[in-house]
Write a protein that binds this ligand. Structure first.
Ligand SMILES: Cc1cc2nc3c(=O)[nH]c(=O)nc-3n(C[C@H](O)[C@H](O)[C@H](O)COP(=O)(O)OP(=O)(O)OC[C@H]3O[C@@H](n4cnc5c(N)ncnc54)[C@H](O)[C@@H]3O)c2cc1C
Length: 365
């Protein structure tokens, strides 16, 4: 097979890229390892209201479960309330919808197929279709890597110096869907000393809630995620926020290393694969859509002019994301205190007010 643009991963980043290319009449193939894009969901599903600038959800209202007006940040010492307009998505519908928008405009979507190897000097991808276990080879002019937080693709770089620059620090997220006992229009964030270097969340989904914790877990700390999650669920139950019945469970990795390389010759990275997830909040849905759309735009321009303009894509990403991500990465170090589990509510409150983007303290030097 041959294509102008080959995209790996039909998450929000890859599908937004495919959609942008197809809208502009560029032939492209979108490879996805899942049977259906978007399923299973590994996300708390919040997205800021500005998603409307990129994807028109008015034709697909089911992609939004409910609106939120506020973000509440609870440090145990105090509960702070900020404006925070956005949506809690039905992400399985949202992801599938963007992939279908692309397919309707001409993207060739190949699901259930795992991208295995990139042979860079031949501009060739080798993928394995899981049904027939057969190998597919696809030649591309431009390759977009939108395969999320962890990349399982081997690179065989025979001639170029390309190295895959990957995420290397992660927050481990665990989440359940349960019943929410009182309706809410706030995305609620909880900082606790038993959730080290991370936080807990309760995001309302009409009568339900996504309730989870994210902890930075690495070889230097020996945190028991399950235990922290159990503490969090029991606190939320005791407070009468949720009933704790497990309707479904999910987990996943949130990359927080940020500022990865985003372009290598004719290969563009976007979304989590480009390290665009916010190192403090863990938000990555909107940046995935923005970066995917931009990758599509610059590949279109490159094909139209016959000049590789991916350096401009890199520069554009830099101008949008560099400062906020660098700031967040720097502020993240505030959390790296010894004996986190012994922090008092007052001490934790002080750290959070310097480190969470809604507070003015975050924006000071
Ligand atoms: C527990 C949790 C909660 C989160 N909550 C939020 C939140 O509330 N708000 C927010 O903004 N962000 C949240 N995030 C982050 C958000 O989910 C990601 O930033 C976002 O999904 C990134 O989109 P993406 O398209 O880059 O990657 P993904 O959504 O991960 O999509 C990548 C796609 O590539 C496919 N793929 C991977 N490897 C291959 C391969 N080799 N071959 C073929 N296909 C492949 C995958 O199956 C997947 O469909 C959360 C993350 C986690 C883990």
């Amino acid at each position: 097979m041959k294509t102008d643009a080959l995209i790996i991963g039909a998450g929000p980043a890859g599908s937004a890229c495919a959609y942008e290319l197809s809208k502009r009449g560029i032939g492209n193939i979108l490879i996805e390892r899942k049977i259906k894009p978007g399923t299973p969901v590994q996300c708390a599903e919040f997205i800021p209201i500005n998603i409307n600038q990129y994807i028109d959800l008015t034709d697909k209202p089911e992609a939004i479960c409910q609106s939120v007006e506020y973000m509440e940040v609870d440090t145990e010492k105090k509960n702070y309330k900020f404006d925070g307009r956005g949506y809690i998505l039905n992400r399985e519908i949202f992801d599938y919808y963007i992939a279908m928008l692309a397919a309707a405009k001409g993207t060739e979507l190949i699901t259930n197929t795992f991208a295995q190897k990139v042979i860079e000097n031949e501009n060739k991808l080798i993928a394995r279709n899981k049904i027939g276990n057969n190998i597919i080879e696809i030649n591309y002019k431009y390759l977009v890597i939108a395969s999320g937080a962890k990349n399982f693709i081997d690179f065989i770089a025979q001639q170029s110096n390309t190295k895959y620059i990957c995420n290397n620090v992660y927050i481990h997220g665990m989440q359940i869907k349960t019943h929410l006992l009182k309706p809410s229009d706030s995305a609620m964030i909880y900082f606790r000393n038993y959730i080290p270097y991370g936080y807990g969340w309760v995001f309302p989904k009409l009568g339900f809630a996504n309730v989870g914790i994210g902890i930075e877990h690495n070889i230097h700390n020996n945190i028991n995620l399950m235990q922290s999650f159990a503490f969090f669920l029991s606190e939320m139950k005791e407070k009468g926020i949720i009933d704790g019945e497990i309707i479904s469970k999910t987990s996943g990795l949130i990359p927080i290393s940020a500022l990865n390389e985003t372009v290598c010759e004719n290969i563009a990275y976007c979304g989590d694969a480009a390290g665009l997830t916010h190192p403090i909040t863990g938000a990555g849905n909107l940046s995935a859509v923005i970066s995917g759309t931009l990758a599509g735009e610059f590949i279109y321009e490159s094909l139209k002019t016959g000049r590789n303009l991916l350096a401009d894509y890199k520069e554009e990403l830099f101008s949008i994301f560099y400062k906020p991500l660098l700031k967040a990465k720097t502020k993240r170090s505030n959390f790296y205190v010894k004996k986190y589990e012994q922090l008092s509510p007052e001490e934790l409150d002080c750290i959070v007010r310097q480190s969470w983007p809604s507070f003015t303290g975050y924006h000071s030097a």
